[in-house]
Design a protein around this ligand. Structure first.
Ligand code: GDP
Ligand code: MG
Length: 291
């Protein structure tokens, strides 16, 4: 058999575990993961290379009805993932409402490429309930092959990988075989800071924040990074910085630890907070931030 290659796009509702699945399949933490919806804002590619195959995974934001321009851009990433897939991984989990997003499911029924439905988080379910859900999904999405998995416990990830290889079309590699992702080091740095913001702040703060990396300078022994955290309002700036700068310091320290693991190098990280009024609704700002 010849060389196999293709785009395997991961989509589904918010919080079902799409990013956890992609990281498990790629074996690297490319996508940030939190318990909050809308953690993933971009389409993030993770590439797995073998001698005779190349799988280009895409993690995407969760499907939602847009309320502001940033979310419209997020949904464009999802739409595109429906267009250029060779294989679609539609992710659901054992807790989400089955009737959520019926319209979107109808779109998936009509696709011409193979669909694999992943019933995730089965570690949270009983065997009986899992069986019941598998049967329901069989009737809801008859064109899909269904695999129950636990991304968190890496259960059935190998089985999923085997099926992907089986379904992958014969094609030459789309990217150099040394490549792991389409995103830059700066992107991952900004995501690691945003992950800490999602973890440490409540309510609207995480959704009002964008992170930009102004400087990324790699020396032999250390990487020096200067980043800006943009908020929408002056009052949010105070919250992000916190009393005597304690919150921002915590975010910086935690993010730096993550970066040191990711890059396997010592990191010097500086973070500043700036107000950028209503950036989520400004086309030019959104383009500058890569949306
Ligand atoms: P996404 O929004 O679909 O990308 O979901 P994430 O990958 O960010 O995960 C959302 C939440 O579900 C996080 O708290 C994960 O730790 C959790 N999660 C993901 N996969 C599993 C799983 O297999 N079992 C359990 N119990 N939790 C999971
Ligand atoms: Mg995600």
């Amino acid at each position: 058999m010849g060389h196999k290659s293709g785009f395997v796009n991961i989509i589904g509702n918010p919080n079902v575990g799409k990013s956890t699945i992609m990281n498990a399949l790629v074996g690297e933490k490319l996508s940030i993961i939190t318990s909050k919806a809308q953690t993933t804002r971009h389409r993030i590619m993770g590439i797995v290379n073998g001698e005779d195959f190349q799988i280009v995974y895409s993690d995407t934001p969760g499907v939602l009805k847009p309320n502001y321009q940033l979310q419209e851009s997020m949904m464009k990433f999802v739409k595109n993932a429906l267009i250029d897939a060779d294989i679609l991984l539609y992710v659901t989990d054992v807790v989400e409402n089955i009737n959520k997003n019926k319209e979107f499911l109808d779109k998936i029924k009509k696709t011409s490429f193979p669909v694999i439905l992943l019933l995730n988080k089965i570690d949270k379910s009983t065997e009986e309930r899992t069986k019941e859900l598998l049967n329901i999904w069989k009737t809801l999405l008859p064109n899909a092959q269904i695999i129950p998995i636990s991304a968190l416990e890496s259960f059935n990830i190998d089985k999923l990988f085997d099926l992907i290889i089986e379904l992958l079309p014969e094609a030459p590699a789309y990217y150099p075989k040394t490549e792991l992702t389409d995103k830059t080091e700066r992107f991952f740095v900004s995501e690691m800071i945003r992950e800490q913001i999602l973890i440490h702040y409540k309510k609207e703060i995480p959704y009002s924040v964008e992170v930009e990396v102004e400087e990324f300078k790699e020396d032999e022994n250390i990487i020096r990074i200067r980043s800006i955290i943009y908020v929408e309002r002056q009052s949010q700036k105070g919250i992000v910085i916190g009393h005597q700068g304690k919150m921002l310091k915590k975010v910086g320290t935690e993010a730096r630890k993550q970066m040191e693991i990711f890059f396997n190098k010592k990191i010097y990280l500086e973070t500043f907070v700036k107000v950028n009024p209503d950036w989520r609704n400004k086309t030019i700002q959104l383009q500058k931030f890569g949306y």
